[in-house]
Design a protein around this ligand. Structure first.
Ligand code: CAA
Length: 295
């Protein structure tokens, strides 16, 4: 197995920028690919803001910040990922889009390159199958915010070799993360439990069990969660949650994974949460206020 020195990251959104940051922080040369320069700039700005937070807190010095940024390269050209030893994909939860990228990369990268998807809910085998490297294909599922959350789910599919799985576990540890092993089952471990909980919170709101604020307060003060379910939904993104729920519902056909009507309506109208400035809360005010959802 080749040593991992250069990591490619596909997509530089919320997850991709965090993944690229932790790879560069751990000393890997990191090549990020987005579809436009504007998206690359946006992702880079997120990384700089996150590193600056660490500098302000005295957890990182200015020189190390520069070294980390120097290890990062941004491109719109997929061909520049050819020299990577590992490619981590963090694009939208759309199997067709992911597979078109994997097919192209399969022809560009050397036979040793490991492919890893950060998908939250899609089947890893469905991606491995479009490449010639099923044995070198894994899931590496990170959590938001990536620089802070310690967990990575390492997902082994039916074709993943033991050597690839072990290398992926070691890679996650080299980033300072705690890996856990999960089977290639939609939602893996965390989302299998988290997604129905978040959807239940929306259903409770629809039924008038409690207000957004009181349900959030219930779970923070009653269970010690760092964020209540609506704050977390806005943080993860309602569009992302909706896609994950649909994928999980298609896989399991169980009502608890079905996206509730309120979630669908909010997504249809662009209320994606923090990323669009409005979700269950309105972020145009400081502190955010509960959105009027006409309930
Ligand atoms: N980059 C660097 N540091 C960051 C950061 C970022 N993007 N965001 C937060 N931090 C740091 C802060 O600087 C702070 O550091 P110190 O402890 O050194 O002061 C620390 O993280 C805590 O942040 P804050 O004090 O600002 O706020 P907080 O105490 O409320 O913590 C939180 C923020 C860590 C996000 C916390 O609220 C939390 O754990 N929330 C739950 C997050 C969660 O559940 N994530 C999983 C979502 S599900 C998912 O991602 C998977 C999926 O497939 C859907």
């Amino acid at each position: 197995m080749a040593e991992i020195k250069t990591v490619g990251v596909l997509g530089c959104g919320l997850m991709g920028s965090g993944i690229a940051q932790v790879c560069a922080q751990a000393g890997y040369r990191t090549i990020v690919r987005e579809v436009s320069d504007a998206l690359n700039q946006k992702g880079k700005a997120n990384i700089i803001a996150s590193l600056d937070k660490l500098v302000q807190k005295g957890k990182l010095d200015g020189g190390t910040r520069e070294q980390i940024l120097n290890r990062l390269q941004f491109t719109t050209d997929l061909k520049e990922l050819a020299p990577c030893d590992l490619v981590i994909e963090a694009v939208t939860e759309d199997l067709e889009l992911k597979n078109s990228l994997w097919k192209e990369l399969d022809g560009l990268c050397g036979p040793q390159t490991i492919f890893a998807s950060n998908t939250s809910s899609l089947t890893i085998a469905a991606m491995a199958a479009v490449t010639s490297r099923g044995d070198r294909f894994v899931g590496l599922h990170f959590f938001n915010p990536v620089p802070v959350m310690k967990l990575v789910e390492v997902v082994r599919t039916v074709t993943t070799s033991q050597a690839t799985f072990e290398q992926a576990m070691a890679f996650a540890r080299s980033l300072g993360k705690e890996p856990i092993a999960a089977k290639d089952s939609s939602g893996f471990i965390v989302n299998l439990l988290l997604v129905p909980y978040l959807l239940d919170a929306i259903r409770a709101l629809e039924r008038g069990v409690g207000s957004v604020e009181d349900i959030d307060k219930g779970m923070t003060l009653g269970c010690g969660h760092p964020m209540g379910p609506f704050t977390l939904l806005d943080f993860v993104g309602l569009d992302t949650t909706y896609k994950i729920a649909e994928i999980m519902f298609n896989e399991y056909r169980e009502a608890r994974y079905a996206p509730p009507p309120l979630l669908r309506r909010m997504v249809l109208t662009g209320m994606y949460g923090r990323k669009t400035g409005r979700g269950f809360y309105d972020y145009s005010t400081n502190p955010p206020t509960v959105s009027n959802l006409g309930l």
